[in-house]
Design a protein around this ligand. Structure first.
Ligand SMILES: [Mn+2]
Length: 309
């Protein structure tokens, strides 16, 4: 089967856009990608996003030879001159959730200690919990969560660190806030009391319906100017017509451009210090379309981060 990489002369690459491994660069990178298939999966469904980081890298591989070309989504090449990005590959995770969390925490701590911006490719949303702990330990943290769901469950089947508790656990950490959550729609893990708890915690909730009706301005304004911001992207925020490969597709989701405009507007106002891109289910993808869309959002965010430094 032909692919566009053949036309562009792309050699086989296994890293995101062919970016080098950390060992291959002589100076600390500005941005560091790392993958994790899961951290704390629920027993009911297991690590259903396994293989997602590899799928995202595979979808972007055809463009590896042309990274220096004009990227019209960024109005220039992806990376300004001299900005280095590395890809650590995937962390080794397995059935020991506590060990998985420690592995992710250590990897993110090491990237932050190097002065780089971590980009964590999940994996289900539980991979973000140890990343958020690492980020909060390095300074005050605002969160822009872009997700169809609020993830404010205290526990699910007794598990308090799973993918439906990510934002509640984040809210409990010293130095985390404000939290701005964008893209809610349909039915998810939240009961009425969970949503009330988020509101009581002064979270800004901007639903998918509001974004379609009124745009992203209220969400952007809720991020303080100059804040250190985590962009926590659950790809199920995108409409299933755009990105179908998620565990619970729901109509009425955001478009690619709504997500990109939101992230780039926040990058102009504040400092993106990390990104998570989670919840892609590669076994439910169609011709790699979802992995490509996720990969494009990651690339565009990398471009926005590279421009703010
Ligand atoms: Mn979600």
């Amino acid at each position: 089967m032909v692919d566009i990489g053949m036309m562009f002369g792309a050699a086989a690459v296994t890293t995101f856009l062919g970016f080098p491994s950390p060992e291959a660069v002589d100076r600390p990178p500005a941005i560091a990608i790392v993958g994790a298939d899961t951290a704390t999966p629920y027993a009911s469904v297991g690590p259903y996003c396994a293989g997602a980081p590899a799928a995202i890298r595979r979808a972007m591989a055809p463009y590896a030879a042309n990274v220096a070309h004009y990227d019209f989504d960024l109005d220039g090449p992806l990376l300004p001159e001299g900005v280095r990005v590395v890809d650590h590959g995937d962390l080794v995770v397995g059935e020991d959730a506590s060990a998985n969390r420690a592995t992710i925490r250590a990897a993110i701590d090491a990237i932050l200690d190097d002065g780089a911006v971590p980009i964590l490719l999940g994996g289900d949303d539980s991979v973000q919990t140890p990343m958020i702990a690492a980020l909060a330990a390095h300074g005050p943290l605002a969160i822009l969560q872009v997700d169809a769901h609020i993830d404010w469950r205290d526990e699910v089947d007794g598990e308090r660190l799973g993918l439906s508790s990510t934002m509640r656990r984040a809210s409990e950490l010293a130095g985390v806030g404000p939290i701005v959550q964008v893209g809610q729609r349909a039915i998810g893990s939240a009961r009425p009391a969970d949503r009330d708890d988020a509101v009581a915690a002064a979270v800004t909730l901007v639903s998918a319906r509001e974004v379609h009706r009124d745009g992203i301005a209220r969400a952007v304004a809720a991020i303080p100017a100059g804040a250190r911001v985590l962009v926590a992207l659950d790809v199920d925020v995108l409409d299933p017509a755009v990105l179908p490969a998620v565990i619970g597709p729901a109509p009425g989701g955001l478009t690619y451009w709504q997500v990109v405009e939101l992230i780039t507007a926040v990058a102009e106002r504040a400092t993106i210090v990390a990104m998570g891109c989670v919840e892609l289910v590669p076994t439910r993808d169609r011709d790699g379309l979802s992995a490509l869309t996720a990969g494009r959002i990651v690339a565009t965010t990398i471009g926005a981060i590279a421009r703010q430094r």
